[in-house]
Design a binder for this molecule. Structure first.
Ligand code: FRU
Length: 488
């Protein structure tokens, strides 16, 4: 679906709307909020300004999906009020009715940002997330000593869903993550604080704390994740993941001296949040696909911003400790349509272009082990210009990005992003391409690079072997179109 609406710019520049990414129908999107599954439906809320395609008075807008990847808009869920704008937060199902809104009520915990500073508030829904009522007693948590940055509550249940246990909230407070507990989601007690020295990562935002499976076996491991406005590649925003233990009260990192690894080596994966309410053992998250450094300067179609494809999470033990692994979901694979290219061996440059206005591909490249030549090059653009050049060899993945022809975005947009690959781990690299983004999953999901890109209209996708075509290149490529399920 393309989008012609919006401001003056939208008339001159045709931004084609992604098909397997959540975008706002109009206006602005940043962080994912309140991600959850309820009664078999996935719900995503997000930071939204309905009035303009720039950040402004923040609302939560709602979208629903049956498959995590094709989304239907459900309108505004929470709008600014006398306490201020609605900043980021999370949602949980109160199976035990602990908050007093009934058994199975949905509760949203979010930051109110206004004249009184940043405070945490509560809203409830008893009609399956269609409508929300803000709690009369808001705010439910105010800063103890006037902290300016006091936001982005992520809440989950410790213990059994409706029996023994308590609620836990992680909150970004200055340069620490505070951990609170509550029995009723209304009164919160500070139980611990985690504040390693991470100087240089910028403002701390959007923490999360969750348990994932390790090595596909019965073992589990906790991760505290955190976004920093300068934590990422070239000083862009970035999301860090710290492995450790959690006992319901405090988080202890496995290795306090180790610098926390980035979960994504591209510029565009920020404010990540896990979904609540998934079956036990399944962890999925997504993030805002942009960077504050240029988010306001990218081309607009009357809407700006997208969430990344929801990613399946687990962990692997490596010689450097536990590492988070992110992989495309089985639901995404089920959206594969026609196979438009299947090839083995050296590949002369081929171009692919859809018959219609969609530009969404699922690319799988299999690299042979231990090669320092060969691999694949993928370009997006036309014969004259490429806006993205992705070079894949067994040792490294490199994404070079340019502004679209005739429309400069920003110096901080025109950069090269590289990540080393584990030569011991050959295998399939998945590249999920949609009309404004590219997400590369390599090393079995240990190495990910996400970057947005823009083009005026619909470009082509070019693929070729990298380097000397005579080299013993063991490169297998398979490209499928991605097609949305019909919604409704
Ligand atoms: C992160 C963030 C959050 C805040 C929200 C406001 O991108 O700055 O810390 O709650 O965006 O829109």
């Amino acid at each position: 679906m393309s989008d012609g609406g919006g401001g003056q710019e939208a008339e001159q520049f045709r931004v084609v709307r992604p098909v397997v990414h959540l975008t706002p129908p109009v206006g602005w999107l940043n962080d994912p909020n309140g991600l959850c599954r309820h009664d078999g439906t996935y719900h995503a809320f997000y930071q939204h300004n309905p009035a303009a395609d720039v950040w402004g008075p923040m609302h939560w807008r709602h979208a629903t999906s049956r498959d995590l990847h094709t989304w239907q808009d459900d309108g505004i869920a929470l709008a600014p009020d006398e306490h201020g704008a609605i900043f980021s937060g999370s949602a949980v199902c109160d199976s035990g009715g602990t908050a007093g809104f009934g058994t199975g009520a949905m509760l949203a915990l979010f930051t109110h940002a206004g004249g009184q500073g940043q405070v945490q508030s509560l809203a409830s829904s008893t009609d399956g997330l269609r409508t929300w009522a803000k709690y009369d007693g808001n705010p439910v948590l105010v800063p103890a000593s006037g902290e300016k940055d006091f936001r982005d509550p992520k809440v989950f249940r410790w213990g059994s869903p409706s029996g023994q246990g308590h609620w836990v909230m992680v909150l970004a407070v200055g340069t620490r993550v505070e951990i609170y507990r509550s029995d009723d989601l209304r009164s919160w007690e500070l139980t611990s604080s985690f504040g390693p020295d991470l100087s240089g990562i910028g403002v701390w935002e959007c923490p999360d704390l969750f348990e994932v499976r390790v090595d596909g076996a019965g073992d589990t491991c906790w991760f505290l994740t955190l976004s920093g406005t300068n934590a990422g590649a070239h000083g862009h925003g970035g999301t860090l993941a710290i492995s450790g233990t959690f006992d319901g009260v405090a988080f202890e990192p496995h290795d306090p001296a180790a610098p926390p690894p980035l979960v994504d080596h591209g510029p565009d994966f920020y404010a990540a949040q896990t979904f609540a309410g998934l079956p036990r053992g399944r962890t999925v998250w997504t993030a805002w696909l942009s960077s504050w450094h240029y988010a306001l300067s990218v081309p607009s179609g009357g809407w700006r911003g997208a969430l990344g494809i929801p990613r399946e999470l687990d962990a692997v033990s490596t010689r450097d400790g536990y590492r988070l692994r992110q992989r495309p979901t089985a639901e995404l694979t089920s959206l594969r349509g026609r196979c438009v290219l299947r090839h083995e061996g050296p590949l002369a440059r081929v171009s692919l272009r859809p018959d219609d206005d969609t530009f969404a591909y699922d690319v799988a490249v299999e690299l042979g082990p231990g090669q320092d030549v060969g691999g694949a090059v993928l370009e997006i653009g036309d014969e004259q210009a490429a806006v993205v050049t992705l070079t894949l060899t067994a040792g490294v993945v490199v994404v070079e990005r340019r502004s679209p022809p005739g429309r400069f975005v920003a110096d901080s947009f025109e950069q090269t992003y590289a990540a080393a690959l584990d030569p011991e781990e050959p295998g399939v690299v998945r590249i999920v391409i949609d009309s404004t983004s590219l997400e590369v999953f390599a090393d079995g999901g240990k190495t990910v690079v996400s970057a947005t890109w823009f083009w005026n209209g619909v470009p082509a996708l070019f693929l070729a072997s990298n380097g000397d075509a005579d080299a013993s290149v063991a490169c297998r490529v398979e490209v499928h179109e991605l097609r949305p399920h019909a919604t409704g």
